[in-house]
Design a protein around this ligand. Structure first.
Ligand code: HEC
Ligand code: HEC
Ligand code: HEC
Ligand code: HEC
Length: 149
């Protein structure tokens, strides 16, 4: 009797973790392991030298949730600012299933587009008194470009 109860609760636990499993953020250091080097497009280096990687240090942001939602949007990795996973989605599931692209996407990989940028680059969403925001998707994409050569 007791044994079957234990078994039943084990099964319930496994089922619920499978049903409610969520992708979790792994941090840019993990992406760096594979996305480094000129031949691959130097994604880590390009990002780490960009303003996104330092956005959490912009004046007045620290400790303010209303600022951090754009400047440090990944709760577990606030120090990374607008980090890889803020744009590409939490990587725990896709990091080891990146090829082909469709598989990675089915595991949560996001290929960002203009709408993704405008979650933050939108003057109507910033608090009053914020620096003016103008956004030209083509020009901004060129500034952050990190495609494979
Ligand atoms: C174990 C190695 C590995 C890790 C870790 C890894 N990737 Fe990848 N990633 C790859 C490979 C391999 C590809 C396939 C393309 C290629 O050959 O460069 C890829 C492709 C991609 C693509 C391009 C999809 C496309 O074709 O448009 C994105 C975006 C990406 N990875 C983001 C990330 C992010 C963000 C992380 C960290 C959360 C990450 N990757 C972690 C190996 C990895
Ligand atoms: C809706 C998203 C969003 C919110 C919320 C937001 N910001 Fe920003 N912030 C941005 C974007 C996007 C930029 C970059 C604008 C540009 O240069 O085009 C920016 C730029 C800045 C800059 C200029 C940084 C530099 O290097 O010139 C400062 C300072 C700043 N924000 C502070 C704040 C503070 C403080 C708050 C909270 C009171 C806040 N932001 C809330 C999106 C946001
Ligand atoms: C501000 C959003 C943003 C951030 C932050 C960001 N990316 Fe991207 N990434 C993009 C966009 C946009 C593309 C181009 C998507 C497309 O193919 O149109 C891209 C493309 C890629 C690609 C595919 C390159 C190719 O050859 O097609 C890889 C790999 C990648 N990103 C990895 C990373 C990694 C690793 C980080 C962090 C170190 C990172 N990205 C940070 C927005 C971002
Ligand atoms: C989660 C919020 C967020 C998303 C999504 C986002 N950004 Fe940003 N971006 C910011 C913040 C915040 C800054 C300001 C960083 C700072 O200066 O401190 C910024 C700054 C920039 C800058 C530097 C501004 C300049 O003129 O020097 C460029 C370029 C940029 N973003 C392009 C993009 C593009 C392209 C996308 C979409 C592919 C994108 N961003 C998506 C929040 C975001």
């Amino acid at each position: 009797m007791r044994k079957s109860l234990v078994l039943l609760s084990c099964m319930f636990f496994l089922l619920s973790t499978a049903l409610f499993a969520q992708n979790t953020n792994i941090g840019s250091a993990k992406c760096k392991m594979c996305h480094t080097g000129a031949a691959k497009g130097d994604q880590f280096k390009k990002w780490s030298e960009s303003k996104h990687a330092k956005s959490n240090t912009a004046v007045g942001v620290a400790g303010k949730p209303e600022c951090e939602k754009c400047h440090a949007p990944v709760a577990e990795f606030k120090a990374e600012g607008v980090t890889c996973e803020a744009c590409h989605g939490a990587g725990s599931a896709y990091k080891s299933a990146m090829k082909p692209l469709a598989t990675a996407q089915s595991k949560g990989l996001i290929v960002p587009n203009e709408a993704s940028c405008k979650k933050c680059h939108d003057a109507t969403k910033t608090p009053s008194g914020h620096k003016a925001i103008t956004f030209d998707f083509a020009a901004a994409s060129t500034k952050i470009a990190h495609k494979k050569p």
